[in-house]
Structures are given as C-alpha cells and as structure tokens.
Design a protein around this ligand. Structure first.
Ligand code: ADP
Ligand code: GLC
Length: 476
C-alpha cells in the first residue's frame, strides 16, 4: 500500500509527547512490512539542524487561506529508519520557539497555522509519486483533511487516529472562513460543533476509518465520562472505530544497548540496574541507599494524576523514607509544587523541570517503581518503557494502562505492575503499599521485574492491525 502520514510531531525532529514516538516508529514498522510510507510535517524551527539530509525541493504549493494566496515550499529528507519525509515551510507559522504555544497559552493563530498545514497535506498528496491511496492523520492538527478530501471528491482514503480526545482544535466560528470549504460544511454533519469550528469532530465524522491507541480507550471514549463531549459522535461512528495499542521502539528503548544508561542490563542479567539507580540518585544529588525509589517522567498536567500524587506523596512515600524523582514540565502550578517539595525534602526528592531525553531513559532504568496514576490515558508509552526496563509501573486502571499492565497477584506471583481502579487517593495509596511490600521481598521483586521485561509490545504487531484498518478503508 502507498501511505502518507500527516502529523504535527515526529521524534526526534519535533516532540512534546507520545505522538512524536508513534510517528517515529509506526511508519517505519509499516515500511518494514513492505509498504511505501512517507510522512509530512510542518517545518518547525530546529528541524534543519536535526536532519542534515533535509533539502529544499522544487515543489511549491499554492494555497488559499481565507482571502489570501500563500505559497509553501516543500522540503524533503529521509529518516534514520529510511522513511521518506516531507516538511512544509511557512516560517511565519512554524518558525517559532514551541510547537503549539508557550507557557502563557496556545498560539492565537493555531487555527490558521494548522488549517494551512492541512491544505498543504492534501495538495502534496496529489503531487508525490507513488500517489498515496491512504492518508493516515493524527489528532486535531490534521483533523480538517477528511473534510477537504471529501469536498474536492478526491479518491484518497482517510484514516484518523485519536491520540488524545481532550485536545480537539476547537476554534471560533469565524475561523471557518480559513477553511474555504463550501458554507454547508459549517453544520452538524460537517465541521461545526456547538456553534464552533471543531477539527477533531470534523475528522471523526468525515474520515473513512477512526482508530485510537488502545482497545480500552476506544470503549471509554464512547461514554460521557471519557468522551470529552464527543461521546455521542463516537457512538454514532463506532462501526468505523478500532483501538490498536501502541508498541515500543526496541532500538531506542533497550536496556542492553541504551547509551543514556550508566550500565547495561537485561531480564536475565539484572545486575546493571542497581548501577543505574546509583547514577540516577547521583544526578539528582540524592544520597544512595536501600530505600525504594519512585520515578516519574511526564507532562505536568492534571491528565497524568498529579492531584493524586500531591495527596499521597508525603504520607505514603516520603514519611516512610522512600525517594522520589520527577522529570517534567507544563502546568506552572505543578512545576512550583514539585520544586518546593524538592526543597522541603532535599535528601529524598529530586525534581527537574524541563525536557531531557537522556534523563527520561535513566529514570526508567534507575527507579524501582514507575508512577503513572493518570486520570485517563489513551495509551501511554512510559509504562511500556518502564515494563521493558524492569521498573514495575503503578497505574490507574484506565485506557492503555489497563491494556498493558497486569495487576500483581501476591498469591500466585503473577502480574507486571500495580493497578488501582477508582481514581482517588486511597486507591493510589494502596497500590503504593502493595509495591512496597514486594520491594521488601527481593525474590518476588525479581520475578515481577522479569515478567514485565519479557512482555512483548511490538510495533510490528500494531502495524499488522493498522493494515486491516487500511484495507477496510480501501473497501469503503
Ligand atoms: P503523553 O503523550 O500523553 O505525554 P506518553 O506516555 O504516551 O504520554 O508519552 C510521553 C513521551 O514523552 C515519552 O516518550 C516520554 O519519555 C516523553 N517525555 C515526557 N515528558 C518528558 C520530559 N520532560 N523529558 C523527556 N521526555 C519526556
Ligand atoms: C497521547 C496520549 C498518550 C499516548 C500518545 C501516543 O499523547 O496522551 O496516552 O500514548 O498520545 O499515542
């Protein structure tokens, strides 16, 4: 099949979270299965430095944005895994310090920035060879593409993947003019949602197939509790909705060959893990010792369960002498809270506010347990990485966390981590206590680690599931 992916992130060129990891791995996995795959992204600041083989092509796309005629140059390159890459250059939109906005909020012209990108994607698909038959779109930043394709009656099939329903690309009604779609599209069967332009809703309705990143999340989003007000639209379209769990890029996340680690280790030879714990504590200037170490790597948002962490961390962890390290950035409230916590417990808490690829790997490897009590989690990649690194995750039983972690059973010694069902402090507290109990039994802990490390979350298996969705789209 000929597939063009369009997205707003792809690691290592542009990444704020798991979307970037998926774009780095899934196109490559499909390519390895014999498909012709390329990816198109905005040409953000810094991409040129990260991709030395990137070259300007002779292709310019001439696009209409409301009443303006704007052109965009297409740049081309090849990723490390051999996937062909296209970048859309329009500096006034993409040459900025961040992808979506700064700490003070989203960029005010995000509607124009991404609607322009969507138009470029559709035009590009008509020029490149071999001509793509499938356009695989990701999250609201590409949500207008199905509407454009349908309005122009192009033969392309569109697959839309929801990575996070909470971000919908909801804009003022007057931004509809930027789409240049026929007026009737601003209606309930089109791109309108409660009087606004909603790109996520437009994609759910107008794409040929919808996927999301875990089977459980695919069910949850059809309920009012998780549907972010789009549950009705999803129920209506459940016949074209599939949940496919993300995988792990085993070249990047392999404790035996990870250059960010202090020592390599494996499921069979765990010795190096202790050295990573030492190195991790050292990097946060925390004293080493035998007390259990809990780690987190996360965007600092309420989605990730920080309200529960706040309610439990002192009584469940710090008061009993355990240690805690956190790498993350985001909500200024949580940044301040954790910075203060580190000041209050200088020998037990290490906090780094920022984005740091290497430290993320070291936390996965050096911690004893990985905390991920997310309120909701479409898939979650960090718990997959922690399983692979022998760091049992402690998770809320939701979305991809529910689908990838098996609760530890102390009678049988089976399971890979610790789950709690009700999203409340008591649930997390209990899960932490169960983890601490296992920490005190080295044999049980070793078995638990081994079970996690030998799980398989292969991208090849996910790619095979996507093939089925593409086939269904081609038949529709
Ligand atoms: P989400 O996409 O919701 O943020 P995921 O667990 O799917 O959550 O993916 C997060 C990805 O971003 C992982 O690769 C994780 O290591 C990375 N990440 C998140 N925050 C940071 C950070 N501060 N520094 C480095 N990597 C980070
Ligand atoms: C989103 C979700 C996360 C998922 C990632 C990649 O950012 O929050 O759960 O793992 O996308 O699909």
């Amino acid at each position: 099949m000929n597939i063009l992916f369009a997205a707003s992130e792809m690691s290592p060129y542009a990444k704020t979270g798991g979307l970037g990891d998926v774009l780095a791995a899934l196109p490559a996995a499909l390519r390895a299965r014999g498909h012709s795959v390329s990816v198109v992204l905005p040409l953000y600041r810094g991409v040129r430095e990260k991709l030395p083989n990137l070259k300007p092509s002779s292709l310019f796309l001439n696009l209409t944005l409301n009443r303006e005629q704007l052109s965009a140059r297409v740049w081309e390159g090849v990723s490390e895994s051999g996937v062909h890459l296209f970048f859309i250059e329009r500096d006034e939109f993409y040459d900025r310090s961040h992808l979506y906005g700064t700490q003070t909020g989203d960029y005010a012209d995000n509607a124009a920035r991404f609607i322009f990108f969507n138009k470029a994607v559709v035009e590009l698909a008509r020029y490149i060879q071999p001509t793509p038959e499938i356009l695989h779109l990701h999250d609201w930043q590409t949500g207008l593409v199905p509407a454009i394709v349908r309005s122009k009656q192009y033969a392309l099939k569109t697959i839309f993947t929801i990575h996070n329903l909470a971000f919908q690309g909801s804009f003022w009604a007057f931004d509809f003019d930027l789409t240049n779609l026929p007026g009737e599209y601003f209606s309930p069967p089109g791109v309108e949602f409660f009087g606004r332009l909603n790109l996520m809703k437009a994609a759910l309705l107008l794409s040929h197939q919808i996927t999301t990143v875990s089977p459980s999340y695919a069910q949850e989003i059809q309920t009012p509790a998780y549907g972010c007000s789009l549950d009705g639209v999803l129920r209506q379209n459940h016949h074209k909705l599939t949940g496919i769990l993300n995988g792990v890029d085993c070249d990047l996340w392999d404790p035996q060959h990870d250059h960010f680690l202090a020592a390599p280790y494996s499921a069979e030879q765990l010795k190096g893990k202790a050295e990573n714990k030492k190195a991790l504590l050292n990097s946060f200037h925390l004293p080493s010792g035998n007390s259990p170490l809990f780690g987190m790597v996360s965007r600092l948002t309420t989605q990730k369960g920080f309200d529960l962490i706040q309610q439990t961390i002192e009584d469940s962890l710090l008061n009993i002498g355990a240690k805690f390290v956190l790498l993350g950035s985001g909500d200024p409230y949580f940044e301040a809270y954790f910075t203060n916590l580190a000041k209050k417990y200088p020998k037990q808490v290490g906090v780094k506010i920022g984005f740091d690829e290497g430290l993320a790997h070291l936390i996965e490897a050096g911690s004893d347990f990985f905390l991920m009590p997310s309120q909701f989690e479409p898939c979650g990649l960090n718990q997959l990485y922690s399983l692979r690194y022998g760091t049992p995750p402690i998770v809320h039983n939701t979305g991809g966390l529910a689908d990838s972690v098996e609760d530890y059973n102390e009678d049988t010694g089976t399971g890979t981590g610790f789950k709690f069902s009700w999203y409340e402090a008591g649930g997390l507290r209990q899960a932490i206590q169960r983890a601490l109990k296992v920490y005190a039994q080295p044999k049980a802990l070793a078995t638990l680690r081994h079970s996690g490390m030998t799980q398989s979350f292969s991208w090849d298996a996910s790619a095979a599931e996507y093939e089925k969705v593409y086939t269904a789209a081609l038949k529709s």
